[in-house]
Ligand binder design. Structure first.
Ligand code: SAH
Ligand code: SF4
Ligand code: F3S
Length: 467
């Protein structure tokens, strides 16, 4: 919650930002310094990077997409799988040459990887040109850390303890002008046995409903057409409030704000997804008919060992209820292949579930052991090569389903939000159920709602025309 301590803390940080305005300006020869923030990982990190960018702008920096021209580089890292971490290690290695060319370059690493002691230590030792290492729990102190780094010239590492607080009012630079993220809660209490997130993001805490609703109102007023509500498990929103507000209630309140806009949300944990949630989605045309509902595995035995607190039957119950209530519903999901001890028979149950639900798309991962999680200590006899084969089998099954789902959309007309223009001039427009339709049209349509008739479906790419 935003309390006296957090308000005072942020006031202090404002003073640091104020001082840094002059200090940075002089350090970079009386030119506004350029700052580059690169984000790895999920939307939680994207939202955090928007705060880092907001603070950098308040310190007088201009943001750049080009690391080569930057005076300050911040990498906001993800720890969810080994591959994600390897990419960061590789990319940080590449910064060495930039630092050699420009000794005044300030490099900082933050985010989920840095909340792991062994990683923070490895980074500090391996990359002496990295000046600041800080974790997710202390990003509100970024101005103070930058001030100390600049004024002392010393390298610093800050990995705070999770203080369970929410720091409301950190400046924010939103990346998009018509699609925006809105965090409703932080952290995770679920401790799925494979997952590092609760270890690096701390305990679950929800922002007050009125603060979230006011922020949504302000976004809509300034022209946002799509707001995605964010949390690792939005369905447990409001835990610990004196006056309980559930996620469906929050969702409903936001959908009742005046204006023409869409709402999305992620992520829903199946154990807490209620019929009330489905009814609220079904009852509003502003809430997109798309639910991201990660099932992870179709085998009850594996789900139990993942500590997911639902079985296939419970998952299918909510899916079938949602399909019945929400017309044109699109379901997407996350799935892990090769959890420790998973057999080929378990894996077949995952394929069965995929065939039964017919997801429009899937985020698919091969299990990656994470230091400090219970699953990393479980027996894992199936070799990686075998898991890769299963993985390819899964992709093939899903590709056929996605193609079929897309083909069903052929000939129909949908309301779409035009998102971007590709290099060949074609516009990409997204339907409520989260499918892209490619259409011809002028650039001015970006950020507006239109209607598109689907005229052609090729695998999972849809072509259409504006009507
Ligand atoms: N809070 C969300 C997921 C956040 S992490 C939820 O519970 O659904 C995003 C996805 O990464 C997870 O859904 C899971 O499929 C995958 N994931 C997490 N840890 C993983 C690991 N150790 N190995 C492989 N995939 C993992
Ligand atoms: Fe990880 Fe599970 Fe929390 Fe999702 S719900 S972030 S998978 S621990
Ligand atoms: Fe990665 Fe952290 Fe998100 S570990 S998936 S960036 S919460």
């Amino acid at each position: 919650m935003s309390d006296v301590n957090t308000i005072e803390e942020l006031k202090k940080q404002e003073e640091y930002m104020d001082m840094l305005k002059d200090i940075l300006f002089m350090r970079y020869n009386n030119i506004q310094p350029k700052a580059h923030v690169r984000t790895y990982g999920c939307q939680q990190n994207v939202a955090d990077s928007e705060k880092i960018k907001g603070m950098l702008e308040t310190m007088g920096c201009v943001l750049t997409e080009n690391a080569d021209e930057a005076d300050i580089i911040i990498f906001n890292t993800c720890a969810v799988r080994e591959h994600a971490e390897d990419r960061v290690f590789g990319n940080v290695g590449e910064l060495k040459a930039l630092k050699r060319k420009k000794p005044s370059l300030l490099i900082g690493l933050c985010g989920c990887m840095m909340e792991q002691k062994h990683i923070a230590e490895r980074i500090y030792k391996s990359f002496p040109y990295v000046g600041m290492v800080f974790g997710t729990h202390v990003i509100h102190k970024f101005p103070e850390m930058l001030y100390n780094a600049v004024t002392t010239g010393k390298r610093l590492v800050e990995r705070g303890e999770d203080d369970g607080k929410i720091y409301e009012g950190i400046p924010m630079h939103r990346d998009g002008s018509f699609k925006g993220w809105l965090s409703v809660m932080y952290g995770c209490d679920n401790f799925c046995t494979y997952c590092i997130v609760p270890h690096v993001r701390g305990r679950e805490r929800s922002r007050k409903p009125q603060i979230v609703i006011d922020e949504a109102k302000a976004m809509i007023k300034s022209g946002y057409k799509e707001i995605t509500l964010l949390g690792q498990n939005v369905n447990s929103y409001g835990k610990g409030f004196e006056e309980k507000t559930s996620f469906p209630e929050l969702l409903k309140s936001i959908s009742e704000i005046d204006g023409d806009f869409w709402i999305r949300f992620m992520t829903s944990h199946p154990k807490d997804a209620s019929k009330k949630l489905i009814d609220v989605i079904a009852g509003s045309d502003k809430i997109c008919n798309h639910i991201h509902l990660p099932f992870q595995s179709g085998s009850d035995e594996i789900l139990k060992r993942m500590n997911r607190h639902y079985d296939k039957e419970k998952y299918m119950e909510i899916v079938n209820y949602a399909k019945k209530k929400i017309p044109d519903l699109s379901l997407t999901s996350d799935v892990i292949v090769g959890f420790p001890g998973e057999t080929y028979e378990d894996f077949q149950k995952t394929l069965d579930l995929i065939r039964e639900v017919e997801f429009t798309s899937l985020f698919t991962f091969i299990y990656s052991p994470r230091v400090g999680t219970p699953a990393a200590k479980m027996d894992d006899p199936v070799p990686y090569e075998e898991k890769s084969k299963w993985f390819s089998e899964l992709l093939k099954v899903q590709e056929e389903i996605a193609a079929k789902r897309c083909a069903e959309m052929n000939g129909k007309t949908y309301r779409v939000l035009v998102e971007e223009q590709k290099k060949d001039g074609i516009l990409c427009a997204r339907t409520q159920n989260n499918i892209i339709v490619e259409v011809s049209g002028s650039e001015e349509l970006i950020g507006t709602f239109q209607y598109a008739e689907v005229t052609e479906s090729r695998n999972w790419i849809l072509r259409g025309k504006l009507v």
